[in-house]
Design a protein around this ligand. Structure first.
Ligand code: AMP
Length: 215
């Protein structure tokens, strides 16, 4: 299963990808997570990307494509993968097809998580992320059992620097400028399925699982 999750920031791509990855025993590949890891370790890539990410803009296609290409060299993708945060532009979708076809692979299914702006702003400005396992919580809707600590591994929770309202609105604007061409691209390939991601996360997971079973 080579699955792409599409949708605005805050649609729940990361949450769904993590749960699906466990359920289907597939690697979860998030370009945002790989970039944040690079920022954390202070790599050259991370220092180039940090300012752009904090403004809610897109890191250059070349940088992200090189990073993804390298990730796809990991043999774990032979089982398949769940891709979250890539592609974000038509050009990235074409690059993805090129990278995969060089490996004799192709995208099987694209699930579009459709979400309203108000839900996104509420979700993201309250989001808390575990610094170790990446689990997500919400300050109001899904608070951790102990304030500031992850329920799963007890590590410290943090708020992403780009999860403030101004940057979230910018990320949404960037997303909206690009998404129509992606939807068209995957519709033409008959790979796109749209879901209402304002619904409860478990219900959305169930629906994605059903779509995967049909592939
Ligand atoms: P995410 O974790 O997917 O919300 O991504 C966080 C930030 O990382 C985005 O706002 C971008 O600055 C950067 N980023 C992640 N994926 C990509 C991508 N495919 N292309 C360009 N920038 C990206």
């Amino acid at each position: 299963m080579h699955l792409v999750l599409l949708g605005p920031p805050g649609a729940g791509k990361g949450t769904q990808a993590k749960r699906l990855a466990e359920k289907l025993s597939l690697p979860h590949i998030s370009t945002g997570d790989i970039l944040r890891q690079n920022v954390k370790t202070g790599s050259v890539l991370g220092s180039q990307a940090k300012g752009i990410m904090d403004k809610g803009l897109l890191v250059s296609d070349d940088l992200v494509a090189a990073m993804l290409d390298e990730r796809f060299n990991n043999p774990d993708i032979k089982k398949g993968f769940i891709l979250d945060g890539y592609p974000r532009t038509l050009s990235q979708a074409e690059t993805l097809d090129e990278i995969l076809s060089r490996k004799g692979l192709a995208v099987d299914l694209v699930v579009y998580l459709n979400t309203s702006d108000e839900v996104i702003i509420k979700r993201l400005t309250g989001r808390l992320v575990c610094s170790k396992c990446g689990a997500n919580f919400h300050a109001l809707n899904m608070p951790p059992k102990v304030i500031g600590l992850c329920d799963n591994c007890q590590s410290v929770l943090y708020q992403r620097t780009d999860d403030n309202e101004i940057t979230v609105r910018k990320r949404l604007e960037v997303y909206k400028n690009e998404v129509a061409s992606l939807i068209k691209y995957y519709n033409q390939q008959r790979k796109l399925h749209s879901l209402n991601a304002d619904l409860d996360a478990l219900e959305v997971l169930e629906q994605i699982t059903l779509l995967c079973a049909k592939v």
